[in-house]
Design a binder for this molecule. Sequence first.
Ligand code: GLU
Length: 498
Amino acid sequence: MSNPNQPRVRFAPSPTGFLHVGGARTALFNWLYARSQGGVFVLRIEDTDQERSTEESYAAILRGMEWLGLDWDEGPGVGGDFGPYLQSERLDIYREHLEQLAAGGHVYKCFCSAGDLEAREKAVRDAGCNWEGYDGHCRDLTEAQTTELEGQGKPFAWRLKTPTEGTTFWYDIIVDKREFQNEVLVDRVVFKADGFPTYQFAVVVDDHTMGITHVLRGDDHVSNTPFQLLIYQALGWKPPKFGHMPMILGQDKKRLSKRHGATSVEEFQNLGILPAAMLNYLALLGWSPGGSGDEVMTAEAIIKKFSLKKVNSSPAAFDYDKLNHINSEHIKRLSADERLDLAKPIIAERGWVLDPEWLIHEVDTTDAYLARVLGTLGNRFSSLITLPEQIGFFFTDDHFVDQESWDEHVATDEARPLMIALADAIEADLDTAAPQEAGAFEEVIRSTAEKLGVKAGQIIHPCRVALSGQSRSAGIFEVMELMGAPRTVRRLRAAAAS
Ligand code: GLU
């Protein structure tokens, strides 16, 4: 049995593009509200714009939601008592309610073609006046005129007869009272000549018939709300509560767009952002846990703290650096097994496998080896994008090299003899055919330094760059253990010859 006090919210994307951060945040806040209140989260696809709706976009939106972990209780794939959840499958429902509007005299037939409207718009603008979208041309057609035009076979749309006096207002959950003068509201189309409802009409019919209690959406819809409230009124329905979330801006305070960088959820996925980090960051775009609490949070922790009262009414600026920071914090908090799961496809994608020459224990597999490699990184594993650079040298000779460090520490007259001396000592002192532990390499380095009368650091530094291609790596003795003596010696000699 459904609980009458149970909130029912929805995300209602139009499948006309990818899932962008704005849409993803709308979906997330609805989801958070449902999950924090024991409510129901509905996914409805608003595909009445047949020309702009595509299958690809529909699939991309679902993929994006799934990736973020925003599971829906009703909607495509899961069904529910209020379906269908695709507007294109609900045309009968809209027609039925159009009849109700027509019977009540709330709508009228408009015979103006797109060309007629354009011509009149031009005339109005040429006269220096504003064109608001419609001029009420067919509002007062007599029955005889209507019958005649219909008799001529002229196609018509249905428009809502909006009141010309008074105001329409609502108490917005996020921005408080919003009020519009009815005289500025245009008689918009509710049903198009092609037999499809407009977004304005379908959204009202769906939200009502699906029992939606709270409509949380972007504030680009604020100007639609009074018109939709008038449709509720005309149909004699109690409207849901509305909450309009502020826009997402770029750092330059302009609306977030491609110019600023990645904007679709899929792009962030390709940039190595973890879904948990993306969800965390999106939640912080317009909401904050309050107090001095940590901003790095799991979805569960956010759900516990989430409250619509703490949603900010001013626009949020998208901060790519902060997203990256939150992402690295999420990576740092992963268990060794979770890190391994993340790194495995990255390694596999490059075809990197454990080289038998580097085998340390007979039972080693690429996964076991990778786990140890990741272990050497510790908290320096903070990005999926830089990971291949950080660990590639464990898997291939064709790895990333920081040329500046190489020139400074390896390709010098001081470094070359030190690296050769160490390679010689490893071959002389260690059984290079057998796996060797970090401690054994450490001993060889220290005794070589002593013999040459230099500090161990003078040998360690060039070796680190010679082996890993970079001046920051895990402990060098551990690196040598993982690389194995033969490969270590070979790299040192090759570096000395460079
Ligand atoms: N389909 C609309 C859109 O994608 C959303 C409608 C709504 O939330 O009311 O912008």
